[in-house]
Design a protein around this ligand. Structure first.
Ligand code: ZN
Length: 336
């Protein structure tokens, strides 16, 4: 046997055969259940070691956002995400629902296991039922602010259920969140693998922030005009990218991006720039070019908006990648 041995997937491309659908499969579920068990074990161990002082699931931001439960949920579901990614399995909505349910179920299973291990009994020796135990625990939730709480914290009573609900929601939601990250990745339906993504251009769309005195009206106007010119130039580049992508001209795309190399780090500090990325299927080379607007707010907060995601044929992607970027790169962006 020679030829088509190393990569069985290529057989389908070569023969033009329909590729069988990949199903989520046992491996994904198994990996997810293992990481879920590991995450819940971690929560239990920390609780045990700290004598119940530290509940890894119980850190809330502004009293209502169960940040730590979300984080632990993400760790718990990481096995589902990892194997889905490695095996090139597209995470569909039914899969998300199943994983959310499994993760939430695992939370209660862990509570039950803890109950069985603790095996609480009344004074006369009759066992305390699971729900009585769960209810007691929930009503005795307390809130402490910071590391040193003052006085004895009051049990929350019925409000404890609110916290419990947020904890469970955060945990299950975190699990789904881990998979949503994967869902955002580009996927080649034909080959059933995730595409690789590479940033291929950074286009400045604004001037660096410059302090100009209010009285300097001329200076202000000049700055604004220059800024507008920058934005217009960036827009022109996007228009060209759209045209070349529609025409399937990879070499022309490369030429358009030549003045905007990725390695000019100063562009990344601008209040606004465009990030151009190439997505490519590792098997059949089909891909897409994506343009995202990146804006930096006054508090350095970053907002990304997708302006375009344009499909490209395998040939266009290959032409783009084969064009020697070194020959085309002109460092016109120096000092941007
Ligand atoms: Zn493909």
């Amino acid at each position: 046997m020679t030829g088509l041995n190393s990569n069985d997937a290529d057989i389908y491309n070569v023969l033009g055969m329909e590729r069988p659908r990949k199903s989520p499969g046992l491996l994904v579920l198994l990996a997810g259940l293992i990481t879920t068990a590991a995450a819940l074990l971690g929560v239990w161990v920390v609780g045990k070691v700290s004598d119940g002082e530290v509940n890894l699931l119980g850190f809330f931001l502004f009293f209502i956002f169960p940040v730590s439960a979300v984080a632990v949920g993400m760790v718990a579901a990481s096995g589902y995400a990892l194997v889905s990614w490695l095996r090139g399995i597209r995470v569909g909505i039914p899969m998300l629902v199943a994983i959310g349910t499994l993760t939430t179920g695992a939370y209660f299973a862990a509570q039950y296991i803890e109950y069985r291990a603790f095996d609480p009994v009344y004074e006369d020796g009759t066992p305390v039922s699971f729900w009585t135990y769960f209810d007691l625990l929930t009503r005795n939730y307390t809130f402490s602010i910071g590391r040193h709480s003052t006085g004895t914290p009051e049990p929350l009573g019925a409000w404890g259920y609110g916290l419990r609900a947020l904890e469970v929601l955060g945990f299950g939601g975190g699990g789904i969140g881990a998979l949503l990250i994967l869902r955002a990745k580009s996927y080649c339906d034909d080959c059933q693998v995730y595409m690789a993504r590479r940033t291929v251009g950074i286009i400045p769309a604004a001037l660096p922030v410059r302090r100009i005195r209010k009285k300097d009206v001329e200076g202000q106007a000049a700055y604004q005009a220059e800024n507008a010119a920058r934005a217009a130039a960036a827009q022109a580049a996007v228009d060209q990218i759209r045209q070349h992508a529609a025409a399937g001209d990879g070499a022309a795309l490369r030429r358009t991006l030549a003045p905007f190399p990725v390695r000019v780090k100063s562009a990344l500090k601008l209040p606004m720039f465009l990030e151009v990325a190439m997505h490519r299927c590792p098997r059949c080379s089909v891909g897409k070019i994506e343009v995202r607007k990146v804006e930096r707010g006054p508090k350095n907060e970053v907002r990304r908006t997708t302006l375009a995601a344009l499909p490209l044929t395998g040939d266009a992607v290959a032409a783009f990648l084969d064009t020697d970027p070194a020959a085309l790169t002109a460092d016109t962006m120096a000092g941007a």
